[in-house]
Design a protein around this ligand. Structure first.
Ligand code: PMP
Length: 384
């Protein structure tokens, strides 16, 4: 059949362009030392920035919850899948984020679709950074709103977009950009939004847990209150080590999202045990000053060592430390050569990043030691 030959051709094209994706199999717990396809590896791949995905207290909280309430929520939040654990976690997250209310979603992807599509209509305008995460872009498409994209972190271009929109406006940006690791200039963006009467939504997926004195993310680190940033998205599958996401904001907006968001309404709630585990993670995040200090030390050490080899680092001070390579083939080759030496790092290629900017995306964790980074350095030295 014709459509099947089109599908095969598309796969063949990805192969030829060195863009074919493949999956590895994790045979161990997530962490720094993992077993991939049966082989022990030192990993620089996960978003488990604080080492909580296999933390004994978080695991115990999940096990205890499963023993009490089983494994599945069994229904959507608006039927009877909204468990007491979800409710308590929402209240604790709202307090943590210093917002009136928080609403849980089963994944960050769904939170972004669900919030944007609930709030915006085809009569409105969404203004997004060009490097925003795919789920934010897809949320815009689902909402059918007019879409404007400004050049990455370019405030002048953002202002032009704001000035050109006459309808209801929502500015959307990643806090920490997922593939570059740099931060959005949120204070200036918030100022422009206030000047032009636009709402601001920040997806702080990678800032949450890693930035701010108590881990409440970039928005908190910059001291931006609910007036400056009315909507914050946090994901729980990264520094929190569990899974899911939330939106935090004022009570009325959150109630509206609960009422009108289709990705919220028409899906099964995540298991209550995930909420129970996340409540334990939240305590570790809030008291995680030592972990964050260790992570920051690792970031500084990584940058000093890797740049000394002549690799091109990007301008990032966060746990996401990409090494720009350029050609897809070269990124794949380096990732393969490192894998042969027991080091796991992913080659990120288009369409995830712009053409010609393929990269190795190293992510650091508080669980890495200097010796781990030295091991990476020795491996990289052999492939420069
Ligand atoms: N936003 C950003 C910035 C992300 O990096 C990700 C995950 N890659 C998501 C949202 C989606 O979160 P989740 O994995 O929980 O769906």
């Amino acid at each position: 059949m014709k459509q099947f030959s089109d599908i095969s051709a598309a796969i063949e094209k990805r192969k030829n362009d060195q863009l074919l994706r493949s999956r590895v199999q994790l045979h161990s717990a997530q962490g720094i030392r993992v077993v991939i396809d049966g082989q022990p590896m030192l990993s620089f791949c996960s978003n488990d920035y604080l080492g909580l995905a296999n933390h004994p207290l978080v695991c115990e909280a999940m096990i205890a919850s499963i023993k009490k309430v089983g494994v599945g929520a069994g229904a959507s939040h608006l039927i009877d899948g909204h468990h007491r654990e979800h409710e308590q976690l929402e209240q604790e997250l709202a307090a943590f984020m210093v917002r009136e209310r928080a609403l849980l979603f089963s994944t960050g992807y769904m939170a972004n679709l669900g919030v944007i599509a609930a709030l915006m209509t085809r009569h409105d305008t969404i203004i997004q950074d060009k490097l925003n995460h795919a789920s934010l872009i897809d949320g815009g498409i689902l909402s059918q709103a007019r879409s404007l994209r400004y050049r990455h972190n370019d405030l002048e271009h953002l202002e032009q977009c704001l000035a050109s929109a006459t309808s209801k406006k929502l500015v959307v940006t990643d806090g920490v950009f997922s593939m570059d690791g740099d931060c959005a200039p949120l204070t200036d963006i918030a100022q422009l939004c206030s000047q032009y009467g636009a709402w601001l939504m920040v997806d702080d997926a990678h800032g949450l847990g890693t930035l701010g004195d108590n881990g409440a993310g970039l928005v908190s680190q910059l001291g931006l209150d609910s007036k400056a940033v009315p909507l914050v998205i946090g994901t729980l599958g990264k520094a929190f080590g569990t899974s899911g996401a939330f939106v935090a904001g004022d009570a009325t907006t959150i109630e509206y999202i609960l009422q009108y968001s289709r990705p919220y309404t028409y899906t099964t709630a995540s298991p209550p045990s995930v909420a129970a585990a996340t409540r334990e993670s939240l305590k570790l995040v809030i008291n995680g000053q030592d972990r964050r200090a260790q992570l920051n030390q690792n970031i500084a050490y990584f940058r000093a060592k890797i740049s000394s080899l002549g690799f091109e680092l990007m301008s990032s001070s966060t746990a996401i430390q990409p090494v720009l390579v350029g050609a897809n083939e070269r990124a794949l080759q380096l990732s393969k050569q490192l894998k042969e030496q027991g080091i796991l790092v992913s080659a990120i290629r288009p369409p995830t990043v712009p053409k010609g900017t393929a990269r190795l995306r190293f992510t650091l964790s508080a669980d890495h030691t200097q010796a781990d980074i030295d091991e990476l350095y020795d491996a990289l030295r052999l492939v420069v």
